[in-house]
Design a protein around this ligand. Sequence first.
Ligand SMILES: Nc1nc2c(c(=O)[nH]1)N[C@H]1C(S)=C(S)[C@@H](COP(=O)(O)OP(=O)(O)OC[C@H]3O[C@@H](n4cnc5c(=O)[nH]c(N)nc54)[C@H](O)[C@@H]3O)O[C@H]1N2
Ligand SMILES: Nc1nc2c(c(=O)[nH]1)N[C@H]1C(S)=C(S)[C@@H](COP(=O)(O)OP(=O)(O)OC[C@H]3O[C@@H](n4cnc5c(=O)[nH]c(N)nc54)[C@H](O)[C@@H]3O)O[C@H]1N2
Ligand code: SF4
Ligand SMILES: [Mo]
Length: 671
Amino acid sequence: MRMATHHFKNVCPRNCYSSCTMISEVENNQLIHISGDTSHPYTKGKLCAKGYTYGEKNHHPSRLKFPYYQEVKGSGKFKQITWEKAFELILCEIMSIHERYENFLPIGLYKYTGNLGVQHFVAEQFFSSIGETTKIVGSPCASAGFEAIQYDMGSAKMSDPSQLKEAKMIILWGSNPAVTNIHLIPFILEAKDKGAKIVVIDPLFTKTAELADMYIQLCPSTDGALSNVLLKRLYESDALDKAFLAQHSFGFDHFYEWIDQMDLQEYLQICGIAESSLELLLTWIIEAGTVAHLIGIGLQRHSNGGQNIRAIQALAAAHGDIGTYAGGIFFGRGDTMKFTNQQETSNRDIDMNKWITQGQPTLEMMWISCRNPLTQDPNPRLIQEHLMKIPFVVTVEQFMTPTAAMSNLVLPTTTHFEEHDIVTNFWHDKIAFNEKALPPYYESRSEWNIMNELAIRLKQFDEELCSFPIYSSEEEYLNKQFNQEIFEHHKIRKCSDLRKKSIPNMKETTAWRDKTFETKTGRYHFYSVEAKKNGFSAIPKFTSGKSPTVEHPFWLLTPHHPYTINSQSFSIDLTDDGEAFVGIHPKVAKMLNIYNGEVVQVYNSQDTLEIKAVYSAQVPEDILLIYQGWYQRSQIIVNRLIPVLETDMGENVSGAKGIAYYDTFVNISKM
Ligand SMILES: Nc1nc2c(c(=O)[nH]1)N[C@H]1C(S)=C(S)[C@@H](COP(=O)(O)OP(=O)(O)OC[C@H]3O[C@@H](n4cnc5c(=O)[nH]c(N)nc54)[C@H](O)[C@@H]3O)O[C@H]1N2
Ligand SMILES: Nc1nc2c(c(=O)[nH]1)N[C@H]1C(S)=C(S)[C@@H](COP(=O)(O)OP(=O)(O)OC[C@H]3O[C@@H](n4cnc5c(=O)[nH]c(N)nc54)[C@H](O)[C@@H]3O)O[C@H]1N2
Ligand code: SF4
Ligand SMILES: [Mo]
């Protein structure tokens, strides 16, 4: 007899541009099929490889089934324990800290983007509800870019990305949507079909570059120089938007004084591009009239990354692209986390980069959730040393990651198929409700359930210690997170308003249409007093970044992988390269006598990796490529080569500067 099939609507909660909605078919509590949801206005029924293989991931034999405890971190001597025992251990630790310190400051929360669903901010809320605790803050993702945008426009707004299908020209700066933002590709191709020129600027010849009309292989971290010389040439060609400059901008003359004295040849040499490429680009921009600049997150992972973004933005502003339909800057939206539990919490904030380098202040307990720092953060060896010194480390996870393995207590948690949630989005800005489709896998619990149960027990012990509100269900908890701002933005007040379809931002579709900016003057700033106050150049001029050295002559770029997301989905073998590899230009490899497929050493003063070399026409001669992530099969942790080098900006939007992941320099040699 055929089992009854039930259909549910789920939303992918990964840190991804798309936040796809999907239809899950469930039989006998098993996920038997997943398809894209054709009613989603942006993703339109298509998922990526990770999405289509969620069934396999969800029932994967290596998923965590029970709570585990180990006395000695890293010993691997995990004992399966009951949830009751787990809660008791946590409670004992919290109470003992309170007794010894009379506060909760030695408890640290280290959380990031493994699941961006609204429910998952319950951890922040819980650790604020017991009084002041410590939170490791900062963003290794996009904070430099967001701060850069803030200086000159006041805030990060973005037009609806589907407008790009009408774009007259699209320039992609350090952005690889064919891999990282796949639902944008049909819009780009539609624009291309209608005659728009597509230009990709990236040191690597990416999958996106394959689709372009022009590919510019510039030297890493020099986008600011290219933007500045382009602006100079546009000015000389009388192609700037004089009305915008006169009516809506501030400080352009000051900025142009600097541009004017630039030596074109010197800056072209810095970028490593030919004058003919610049001139063709200039011609296309003038012909197009309006340009959409798609700025990736990759390009700001340099020590001058924020300033480079300011320079691109200045080019767009001076040319009159900002505020136009299908033109301007497409980077991300800075204001999409508006649910009550996503708002700022009151904690002692510790700058992530300082914590990684110094391991201070001393913590007695750490709670890690939605984060895999031992593969994703810089210098994971240092982080591991700090974890070893913290007496009680708890990790809430779905898999036994390197981070979970270095914890005392590992708590198994549900996936988005096993819980109710709401997912917001920083790109197309639609929000959607995620329905629970399956019961929790073995003994896993949702994050709300874990924190709610802990709060109940803590209150039983001492009602005064914890103000966390106790609810009877996830949906009730989620309903309480709606507020007036959400209503103004999306016109909804509760989960049930959201159950049927994803809801767009009801406010604007074209960012800065009225050309009134959120800066102090209301104008676009080519001269930013705030930037100057914070120690940056007041004007968006190119400031040089780092370069390779004689000892470490290669840039190591560690971009995002096509079939995995950050450290997730590596357990599903979607590619031949479930094993890590280093991509090297064949000419350089041959010069170094390195064979295709040979295991080599890639090293710098921080660490050495032994890794398979693969000849790649994607990389220029002075760059090596290793995708970031968690290579379970080859046990390679790429980030061991990444130092804690800060981006220029980021502190004012996230509490710590970003990480200049792509300013890592290495050498390579035969074993
Ligand atoms: N070398 C290098 N390193 C990088 C980058 C790079 O480009 N190069 N990029 C950086 C960027 S942009 C980012 S955003 C960061 C991402 O860094 P992280 O946010 O740490 O990345 P993820 O691997 O997505 O998620 C972390 C963990 O969350 C777990 N997880 C998934 N769902 C849930 C859940 O529902 N609950 C809980 N508790 N856990 C869950 C996953 O199993 C995973 O182990 O990495 C950064 N690291
Ligand atoms: N498949 C997949 N999709 C993802 C993710 C994933 O891990 N896998 N991660 C998600 C997350 S968290 C993020 S932050 C985004 C990242 O999305 P993207 O920003 O598109 O991806 P990255 O791989 O970080 O970098 C994009 C490109 O920047 C280039 N680049 C590096 N330095 C420079 C430079 O100085 N100038 C220029 N012009 N280019 C440069 C790199 O060579 C790379 O091709 O993707 C999201 N989507
Ligand atoms: S990872 Fe991104 S593209 Fe893939 S299913 Fe999730 S939201 Fe969609
Ligand atoms: Mo990211």
